[in-house]
Design a binder for this molecule. Sequence first.
Ligand code: SF4
Length: 158
Amino acid sequence: MTEPTYISLSGPVLVSACLAGRTCRFDGSSSKDALVASLVAAGRAVLVCPEVDGGLGTPRPPAEIVGGDGKAVLEGRARVVTEAGLDVTEAYLAGARRALDAARRSGATAAILKSRSPSCGKGGVYDGSFSKTLRAGDGVTAALLEAHGLTVLTDEET
Ligand code: SF4
């Protein structure tokens, strides 16, 4: 697969760990992506899983953002909750901060993240109704990384 020109031709790239093949998705699966695999093979991938890094286990109940998108969560105007109503916002925020720390430590200025995730999604996330309905917006980690100047792409854009 040809690397897109808007990702630096050298240097580290932050990636969702599930795209690298780690079985860290909420249901214990992965979402291995060919471009991310090539970055791993080249030693350029910096793996983060904000939900696990924020303290959640695998498997874990799926969660969605209620009341907005990831930017709204960062601003305290929306929350991340499971379908059973458990508020997991603090874990999502902690994981986002860990991802930003990893970007800063590694020098990564771009990220390839998993689409539609309430943490990693960009451009569209589920709307909190647990009905597979998307709303415009980013996940919590994607929003934080973009707010700090990283270029964020999803696996569906690469
Ligand atoms: S989408 Fe992000 S938070 Fe979800 S499993 Fe993948 S890396 Fe972890």
